[in-house]
Design a protein around this ligand. Sequence first.
Ligand SMILES: [Fe+2]
Ligand SMILES: [Fe+2]
Length: 321
Amino acid sequence: MSMSRSKLRRAFSRLWLLAPVTTLGVGCSSTWGCDSDSRQETFRVATIELTDGGVATAQTPCSEVCAQLGAHAPCSFTRSSQELAEPDEVSCQVGTLCEGRRPEGLCSDGSVEGRVPALGVLFAKMAHLEAASVPAFERLADELAAHGAPERLVRAARRSAKEEVRHAHAMASLAVRHGATMPEVNVAPFGARSLEALAIENAVEGCVRETFGALLAGWQARCSEDVSVRETLSAIAPDELRHSELSWDIDAWALARLSEDARARVEAARREAWSALERDAADSLLPEDVARQSGLPSPEMARRLVRELARTCSPATTALA
Ligand SMILES: [Fe+2]
Ligand SMILES: [Fe+2]
């Protein structure tokens, strides 16, 4: 039995109750960025602003760099070219986690150039992910049609692509307000693929990542200290909940057409995606002020949300529903 819509909505309502709403004066603590594939990120040292208003140098202690970037020690300073006498780059393990549907072949990571405040960097990454999900849904709609899926699923995927365009614009304007520009989105050209490959991508990117992204959008809409962030995410959250439901509808349709072996491979990929997301959540970290303004949950809370969502969505639980 597939994940029912009402069950997903009930789980979301229950988990959102855990969010410390800003009107109570309790800020959400630390966490998060984007792009789970590259946990190691390199920053230009001269672009890292310190709390005293200056910028970092190769002599800045690792702990200060980490505090500004939301990174985990140890940082390693490197030179970007042989000619330089001093290190000018620092590579850090950053607490990043992605909460949306990424297309296969995504080559860009949403990073921004220049001296940009950390909140701008975060919103630019979120905008990049929203923009990247536009081609993801367009491809999905084409593929669903090619595999003979019901028209309602094809139409819903096309509608979702249009909604992601709106989300990308909304997040880009938050990024711009906080000093960043909209990063470029680069996606390698798509080729034809099997229903099983489609189902695996949908399970990982839709049923897991976009479902968690939908939960987070609602969380941020409740937690952020910044009214414009709350308003933007409040407008995005209901769309994301529908995208998540669409993922589960596509999942049910595709699984019914696959062999037992192929279904087992889809479930294995989904389980692995939940585990990877839980690890990313536990490792996530953001500077305190960025966490409060973005409304993202603490690493402990993010991990709990992933676990509870995974449990709600697991086949054993849905079979009992
Ligand atoms: Fe979106
Ligand atoms: Fe979405």
